[in-house]
Design a protein around this ligand. Structure first.
Ligand SMILES: Cc1cc2nc3c(=O)[nH]c(=O)nc-3n(C[C@H](O)[C@H](O)[C@H](O)COP(=O)(O)OP(=O)(O)OC[C@H]3O[C@@H](n4cnc5c(N)ncnc54)[C@H](O)[C@@H]3O)c2cc1C
Length: 529
């Protein structure tokens, strides 16, 4: 007997290639990609269905690009609101609006800030998974985890009793209190902040700049408001003091403080929650056949709207690596690249959000004074000049996660100089992203390349070769170089046509090699960028 994923199943035992524990955004994204790539996948979640709470709400450009590659971006676009302005302010004052509608124009097909709450992202991902032929086993909680021979073995309690799940690999996408992480004894290193954060999905909000992300520090409080659609629907997040000092931060406390400090009021709320902020990264993202991704691997403050997006990208990264290994194209050791690539991203993110969070919430006198005096002084200038400076699009690159960089080899990491192209997501030229939907390793040329070279590379490397018109120099793509692009859209290597067989052969998974690099007499590639 097999289940909807084609996974063998008896009453007590289910066998698959990958067991995904947790069907939040990270687990659902991973399950989508694994299923699309033909990997037999079992997904379990302790909950009864996708989350109903809105929770994370900004989908960054890089996640939109991945949704596009997966074929669901139109559904996301149809449902999301867009933030057209950034409205800086201080307590009850606002200092005008900075247009952010198309801050990423020319950098990505998705140049805006897309607002779509987590619950709707999860529903879209679940619908997509079902269309691909997969599903989630809801109400299945992981209770113990181990190995048996070459398999992972998991005990799970479900609505019809206990089940044993066996798989070659197991990925813990089970959130910040990850059972997989705990059961594997992987430390979750970092700190928990003292402050309590609140989140409110407010309707009929007043006192905010419409269609804008409102950012309002105050001397002791802090407010970020994201537009979520018509009828004054806003996500309000921030830190407020416990006004009545009873140790509980209730919605009434928050309402009162928002009114007093920020002159912001709202009608009924759809959701109110408080939570403590953690800044933590798992000591390892891989432990043999076990992996961690999403909040199970890293948590930080919601300042910057990066949490859900980082999890989505962990999943995208890991899925292609697992698929390559499970299809026999790459060795098990190549899976170490997942931690090598994604853990530094998480560490940097946690460091940055920790600093930012400290700056906006610290009780230290100097920082409180800075919060009191600096924004009113600089905000009016910033509002006038930021749209005209090139740094704005660079900032967009960081926040939207399209500037993420991976070291593609130990030698590159030792050299320590990041290139503009290699190790990054392929720069967008306006015409070069559609071919990524083929989900293959591919070689790109931008400009002229003779047909003999194309045929030789196709034959020797058995990879697709795509030739595009010359790219805008701002992209960093040069016409005298060829680029090896991974299925996840990252550039693995660059080389001249003469050096490409050797340079790309080293970077490709083993299966593709027909000319072992050691046997080739071709010269090594020059430093590409
Ligand atoms: C109140 C709140 C507000 C937030 N607001 C924001 C925000 O504004 N912006 C932002 O970027 N981020 C925000 N976040 C963080 C964001 O929600 C997370 O980054 C995101 O949910 C991470 O997704 P994930 O799939 O990795 O984990 P989760 O969404 O936590 O999913 C984990 C899943 O694993 C399941 N699970 C757990 N244990 C087990 C088990 N033993 N067996 C089986 N299943 C299990 C859970 O049921 C859950 O479905 C917020 C989080 C909270 C709690």
């Amino acid at each position: 007997m097999t289940d909807a994923n084609g996974v063998p199943m008896t009453d007590q035992e289910i066998v698959s290639d990958v067991l995904v524990v947790g069907a939040g955004p990270t687990g659902l994204m991973l399950a989508n990609w694994l299923t699309k790539l033909g990997v037999r996948t079992t997904v379990i979640d302790a909950k009864r269905g996708p989350t109903r709470e809105s929770r994370a709400l900004v989908v960054q450009a890089r996640s939109m690009e991945i949704y596009d590659q997966l074929g669901i971006v139109d559904e996301v676009l149809a449902q999301c609101a867009q933030a057209r302005w950034l409205a800086p302010g201080f307590d009850s004052r606002t200092f005008g609006r900075i247009p952010i509608g198309e801050l990423g124009k020319g950098l990505t097909p998705y140049p805006r800030i897309y607002v779509l709450e987590q619950s709707r992202n999860e529903q879209i991902l679940l619908d997509s998974l079902r269309r691909l032929g997969g599903d989630v086993r809801w109400e299945h909680r992981l209770t113990s985890l181990g190995t048996s021979g070459t398999s992972v073995e998991a005990a799970v309690s479900g609505p019809d009793g206990d089940v044993t799940l066996r798989a070659r690999y197991c990925v813990g996408t089970d959130g910040s209190s990850s059972a997989v992480r705990t059961m594997r004894g992987i430390p979750f290193e970092g700190i928990t902040n003292e402050q309590t954060f609140y989140v409110t999905d407010a309707t009929e909000a007043r006192g905010l700049v419409p269609e804008a992300v409102n950012a309002r520090p105050a001397e002791r409080d802090f407010l970020l408001a994201f537009p979520m659609g018509p009828h004054g629907h806003y996500r309000l997040i921030g830190v407020v003091r416990d006004a009545d000092q009873d140790g509980q931060l209730t919605e009434d406390d928050t309402r009162e403080r928002l009114r007093q400090v920020f002159a912001v009021a709202y009608g009924p709320s759809r959701w109110f929650a408080t939570y403590r902020i953690h800044h933590r990264v798992a000591a390892a993202f891989r432990d043999g056949p076990f992996f961690l991704a999403g909040d199970a691997a890293h948590v930080h403050s919601p300042v910057g709207a990066q949490g859900m997006n980082t999890g989505l990208q962990d999943a995208h990264n890991l899925a292609f690596k697992l698929a390559d290994v499970l299809r026999g194209r790459a060795s098990d050791a190549s899976l170490d690249r997942y931690e090598a690539e994604r853990r530094p991203v998480a560490r940097r993110l946690v460091r940055t959000t920790d600093r930012l969070f400290g700056a906006v919430t610290s009780e230290r006198r100097l920082l409180r004074a800075a919060r009191r005096w600096v924004p009113p002084l600089i905000a009016p200038v910033v509002v006038r000049f930021v749209p005209r400076v090139s740094g704005a699009s660079r900032l967009f690159g960081y926040v939207s996660q399209i500037r993420v960089h991976y070291w593609m080899s130990e030698q590159a990491a030792a050299r320590g100089r990041r290139g503009r192209v290699v190790g990054r997501r392929l720069p967008w030229t306006g015409s070069n992203f559609d071919v990524l939907k083929r989900l293959t390793w591919q070689i790109h040329a931008y400009g002229s390349v003779d047909s003999d070279t194309v045929e030789r590379l196709k034959r020797e490397l058995r990879a697709d070769v795509h030739v595009f018109p010359p790219a805008n120099p701002d992209t960093g793509l040069r016409d005298r170089l060829l680029y090896l692009v991974r299925p996840d859209g990252f550039v693995a290597a660059a080389a001249t046509p003469q050096a490409a067989t050797v340079a790309f052969g080293r970077a490709l998974p083993d299966r593709f090699l027909t000319v072992p690099p050691a046997q080739s007499a071709e010269p090594a590639s020059p430093r590409p960028d």
